[in-house]
Design a protein around this ligand. Sequence first.
Ligand SMILES: Nc1ncnc2c1ncn2[C@@H]1O[C@H](COP(=O)(O)OP(=O)(O)OP(=O)(O)O)[C@@H](O)[C@H]1O
Length: 235
Amino acid sequence: MAELLRVESLKSGYGEAVVVQGISVSLQAGQSLALLGRNGTGKTTFLNTLVGATRRHAGRIFLGSVELSTLPPHRRAEAGIGWVPQERNIFKSLTVEENLTAVARPGPWTVQRAYEMFPRLQERRANMGNQLSGGEQQMLAVARALVLNPKLLLLDEPLEGLAPIIVEELLRSIARVVREEGMSAIIVEQNPRMILPITQRAVVLDRGAVVHEGDSDALLADSSQLDRWLAVSRG
Ligand SMILES: Nc1ncnc2c1ncn2[C@@H]1O[C@H](COP(=O)(O)OP(=O)(O)OP(=O)(O)O)[C@@H](O)[C@H]1O
């Protein structure tokens, strides 16, 4: 397998404050990574630094052979980074279909394939973004990132604030995208029991540093690690 993403000793933060304290991560093409950690441990800051939305203090980021570290955000997107931020950046005054066609770029992920992955969006294709439920908006945000045909998909807490039934539906779709379709992805999530079953690799952050890295299934089976870093309730 070829290495897709290599992050070397990345430090970043806000103003003088260093939040990401020297993170090194590597991801192979076709792999998915769960990025876990308690509130405020730097997960979002790490993703935002990959896309160029937060200032990097030190370290380097490579996507394949392309160094992203010094590129502006739009050049990182062109290089193959697809980003779904926590605030779901969809166009609220465009229809579902327009949201997708406005950003689609050539590649395997066509609007039709996005509809196959998210059938609910096909049903809602003529609805405006602001007429969608929170879960449908999240599906649209993920579908928009897919039709950009990225090499690496970054999802920031895609399940946050959604009703349990929608969480299940969205999780099933994300699982198909990463497992069956082999899309490389980093998925930030609070709840390890949700995301570990559908990812291959896991990284746990604490205070801006990596405190655990390994296979997702091994972490899922290791309740002492889960308790230690994630304070997961049993059961
Ligand atoms: N725009 C900002 N300006 C200054 N400090 C920030 C900013 N955004 C986040 N921080 C700080 O950076 C630290 C890490 O926050 P971050 O959002 O990356 O954590 P997180 O692990 O994603 O947590 P959460 O699950 O709560 O989003 C926190 O201490 C937070 O207060």
